[in-house]
Design a protein around this ligand. Sequence first.
Ligand code: AR6
Length: 168
Amino acid sequence: MEVQLLKADITTLEVDAIVNAANSSLRGGGGVDGAIHRRGGPQILEECIKIVEKNGPCEPGQAVITTAGDLPARHVIHTVGPVWRGGEAGEPALLASCYASSLQLCVDHGLRTVAFPNISTGIYGYPKRPAAEIAVRIVRDFAGAGAVDTVTFCCFDDENYDIYRALV
Ligand code: AR6
């Protein structure tokens, strides 16, 4: 499995799945979530609403999958990161679960290329360096399974990009 590092807008990537840093309502929001729904069009939101009607809110650490509407990607995996509350409220395990649950959905759906944003490190306030360490650890743990060909860490801000460059 190849691990790739990009500084890019995740909505431009032609991969089997891009991951969205969503909130529990799956109704869209700011940051990368806003960008994905804006560029992907209304179909993604319709599918999200149906999922919440059927299963209830998407809890932190969980992930669900939809199609990708007008985006060049084939699917969107929506995962809900933890809000940073100082680090003693289970945030590291929940963030790890976001990456692991999203990778598991790739396996379940036969998706070979996936791109992650830096989940929770924007509006949700997770410190960037420890968040990156968790992301890289979970992806490396998963690499041996051979189920996915390429995992891309898609950074948007310079600070995250520099942190990942040092780690990957
Ligand atoms: N492509 C890639 N990364 C991006 C993009 C983009 N187009 N736009 C922002 N980022 P955030 P969170 C980066 O705030 O912290 C929403 O309102 C950004 O630089 O999008 O998990 C949801 O609905 C940062 O590194 O997500 C939730 O309510 C990273 O994406 C809440 O924000 C994550 O920042 C989730 O907060």
